[in-house]
Every structure is written in C-alpha cells, then in structure tokens.
Design a protein. Sequence first.
Length: 361
Amino acid sequence: MVKRIEPWLVCLVVGGVHTAVAQESQVTINDLGGELLIEVGPIDLPASADADHGHHGIFPPVATVSVPTHGYLYGFDYDVVDAQGNELPTDIVHHFNLIDPDHQELFLPISQRMMAAGKETGAQSMPWMLFGYPVYVGQRVVVSAMLHNPTGAPHNGVSLRIRLKYVDVGRPWPFFEVYPFQLDVAFPAGDKSFDLPPGRSSRSYDASPAMEGRMMVIGSHLHENATNIVFEDVTTERVIWEGFPVEENGRLTGVTMGRLYRKGGVKVFPDHTYRVTVFYENPTDDVIAAGGMGVVAGVFMPSRGGAWPRVDVSDPLYALDREHYMRVVRGKYDVIKEGGGVIAEGDAGEQMEGTPAHVHN
C-alpha cells in the first residue's frame, strides 16, 4: 500500500507587480536513492532595483512531473546554485509549491498541496520510523515556484534544487501513514494575500474536514507585522494550536511549530467546524497593499481504514483552483456554490496574458 507528504509549512506568496516568466527554464525529477531531486532552472536573475524587498519576481513555467519510485516521504530540504554550482542565499526562493492534482485537500474539494516552502521555512523533517507520506510511480506532481533577487547583484544560470527524502517501500517502517493539509484565511480560491489596514486587524476562515483523523504536526506561513495565528475547534470552543512569528534583527525568519504527535495528536471530526484566524498589527497610518497572509498547514493521520479522497474534476471549485495555480487565471475570489456554479467577485476571473502578477497558489 502506498501513501502520499505533508506541507510542513505553507508559503504561497507572491508579492510585487514586476514579474517575468522564465520560458527557458525546465523542471525535472530524478531518483537518487533515498531522495527525489526536483530541479527548477536554469534561470537568470537580474539585479533588482528594490533589493530589500525583491519585488521583481521570476516565475518559471508551471510544470507537471511524474514520481519515478514508490516510497514514503518524511522530509525535505532545498538550496539554490548558480551556473558554476556556487551556493546562493536561499532568500532567492520566494516560494515553491508541490501540488497533487488527483487528490483533494482535507478541508476543501481542491487539489491537495503536497508541500510548500518559502524563504523562512528551511529544511523540515518528520521522524522517519514513525511517519511517512507515500508516493507512487507515475503519481503526478505539479511544480510551481517564484524566485526573486534580494541580493543586489545579478546571478546567471540559477537553479532551485528541492530534495524530498523518502524511505523505500517494503520495510516495516514508517509505522503510520500521514497526509498533508492546509487551511488558509483566504480560502476557498484565488490569491491568498490581503491588504492590511492601519492598526490591529484579523481575518478568519471556517471549514470542516472531509474525514476523521488526528492532527500530528502543524505550522504556518505569515507575513511581516503578524502577531499570531490561531487554529481552533469552533464546535467545542477549543484552541488546538497557536503560532507566533520568529524574528531575527527585526525581520521575520520563521513561525513556531506544533509537534502535536508528542502527545498523540489532536483528533478532528467531520461534523465539527474548524477555524483559522490570523492577527496583524500595522504600525503605519497607511493601508499595506497585499501585506497580509495567514495559513496553517501540517500533517494529518486519518483514522484507521480512512482512504484519502480523490478529487471530483467536475467540481467548479476544483476547476477554478486548478486554473489559478496553473496560472491560467488570476485574482481574488468570493466563491460560493449556487446552482452548481461558481460566483467570482472583485478582481476575479482575469485571464492571464503574458506576464503573471500577484499569483498565489
């Protein structure tokens, strides 16, 4: 039996309006024995006039690759190198996402985010004897990334290398099959960033899981000026986890993580409602455009006998979400089912033409 990784931390951000598509870039996946190596590139990164913020982003084309082996994923790492193989700062990785288009998310009938990472994520790993997220030969993986250049110097022939660590099938471990999940305050579809008004503000989203199981690991992605993010069971009025930004020299470098498996995990139920809420404190007198984001992501272990649901490709929300992460459309959506359809309001349904901007998968 094969299972499928977690989104140890979610980074789904693309800030900035000056973007370009790196048409010459390619995406490959290779089995190195114990590691799956996904390479994105090569890409030329010109020096940015806004090096502190890296608002000039490069989008390699979204690509779909096939997993070349059976195994159980338990961790990942990544680095960035130039054409000569010199290691570059990982700040160049604004974000990358791996998406399973054939299985659904825990809280929504959209494509499952296998894992995602950004500049503050770093390497992540689970206890490999305990937990594994299975992948199988031929499984499709959509690879989406954004690179930018906050270094102030040009870099040519840049490649992003993502290493997925796995255990071979046929061994007595890992003992437990786990799957990724996420819950975003900007669900259900479209760009995930939002404007921050002056002072304190918050944003929430409620949903129910498709199946019963246990939350084993939970983390988050936040932007600057975030104060905390809360994941709670609304039905029982219980806070399951609260995360806080980790800062170094006044800059966001990470978010605290909840390793709930140390106490056996936290059980969740399909008939309960769960809520993610993110809080921000904007210290300025101005609105910070696209300054906020809040998403929890982690590892979920289904109850015994639970089979992870495949997607319904006829679901309009699935179709809209897929068009968005494939960069066919862009925008922010208020999406509701009405007579089987999808209603999109605001900056929604805009067809992509040439250079994509504000793409948040």
